[in-house]
Design a protein around this ligand. Structure first.
Ligand SMILES: [Zn+2]
Length: 358
């Protein structure tokens, strides 16, 4: 099947030559201001009294939460909340373990849930759910999301992880009424990430056994890398001082890349395509990658994801790190650069301002 082809929109601003370090919070703030300051001002005014509800739709590991988090960086967590369906189920699972927690959840569901199975069966489904939470009935999920959203009055809401199946798309169309958002605008934010990008993010991922932070030996390195002459491998240490140079390790199965989650990614892609065909709800489309031949006319070089090439310097016996632009094949086999998450946030802000009529 042909890959998705979202509109190709750049961020280049005529006359803006300053380079920004998008890994640095302060520099990133300047970058957002320089690239989309006008829309930020309008959206800030809007968020003084207004809210919206945005459903993030994209493949697993496409960085949905990262993008919402950076949006909140610009507008503040007092104006924005990120609701993750997966986190809600995990948290409710925890609540159900205590008697008072269970009573809270049960009372809420008795009042707010509508569906074919009983509240008790719904609770059983949460407690016995499989890892991928598919077993939690949609109607229970809706009630739990409504409960979570009620904890964030007056904030724009980003929903991550719902809709996740084709059935849930219909629910998402009417969710704003259910969640008492009524006439407040709702919008789908669609993120198209090439399979090759997700594959390498997983394949080269390493995790600190102490603080559990995850990095990537090719795409997101720490400053502390060694060469192990016994195994012939490069070894990355966690640079969190309290981890005392713990060696970061790959999780079992990560070396297989997207292979073990192929089925899940196919469903994600179907959901993306299906939402794309929906009428009546506005959509933000984020492309996340740009064909190499068009890249420099639309974006600045620091907006492309770099890859790090490690080599052993024979003289100094130190590890040498070279940085170059990462070239990936998109789903249509076109050589492309992958854009860093901050770029999507610029494009998201511009499209949102437009959709909200600001
Ligand atoms: Zn650590």
């Amino acid at each position: 099947m042909k890959g998705l082809e979202f509109p190709l929109v750049g961020t280049k601003v005529a006359g803006l030559t300053k380079k920004f370090d998008l890994t640095d919070l302060h520099s990133r703030r300047e970058y957002f201001e320089a690239k989309t300051g006008k829309e930020i001002t309008k959206l800030k005014d809007f968020l003084e009294t207004g809210v919206f509800m945005a459903f993030l739709v994209g493949k697993k590991a496409s960085g949905k939460g990262t993008r919402a988090g950076m949006f909140a960086e610009v507008f503040g967590w007092d104006k924005v909340a990120l609701i993750s369906a997966g986190d809600i189920v995990r948290e409710v699972h925890g609540e159900l373990k205590t008697a008072s927690g269970r009573k809270d959840v049960q009372d809420y569901l008795e009042k707010n849930y509508r569906g074919y199975i009983s509240v008790n069966e719904g609770i059983k489904a949460i407690l016995g759910r499989s890892q991928d939470r598919v077993s939690v009935p949609d109607e229970i999920m809706l009630a739990l999301m409504k409960r979570e959203i009620a904890k964030h009055p007056g904030k724009a809401i980003f929903v991550d992880g719902f809709p996740r199946t084709l059935d849930q798309i219909s629910y998402s169309l009417f969710f704003r009424d259910l969640a008492r958002f009524r006439d407040d605008p709702d919008v789908f934010i669609l993120i198209d990430t090439p399979l090759s990008v997700i594959d390498e993010r997983i394949k080269y991922r390493v995790v600190c056994p102490k603080c559990k932070i995850s990095r990537n030996i090719r795409l997101h390195i720490t400053r502390d890398i060694d060469y192990d002459s016994d195994s012939g491998n490069f070894v990355m240490h966690c640079d969190n001082p309290s981890c005392q140079r713990a060696v970061m390790i790959a999780k079992e199965g990560d070396n297989l890349g997207v292979e073990p989650i192929k089925g899940r990614l196919e469903t994600d892609e179907k959901v993306l395509r299906s939402v794309l065909g929906i009428h009546g709800v506005p959509k933000v489309t984020l492309r996340t990658h740009v064909p190499v031949e068009k890249a420099n006319s639309l974006f600045d070089e620091y907006e492309f994801t770099p890859e790090y090439v490690l080599s052993k310097d024979l003289k100094s016996r130190k590890v040498r790190v070279d940085e170059k632009i990462w070239v990936v094949k998109d789903d249509n086999d076109v050589a492309s650069y992958s854009l860093v998450a901050a770029v999507d946030v610029v494009l998201m802000i511009k499209q949102l301002a437009d959709i909200l009529g600001l």
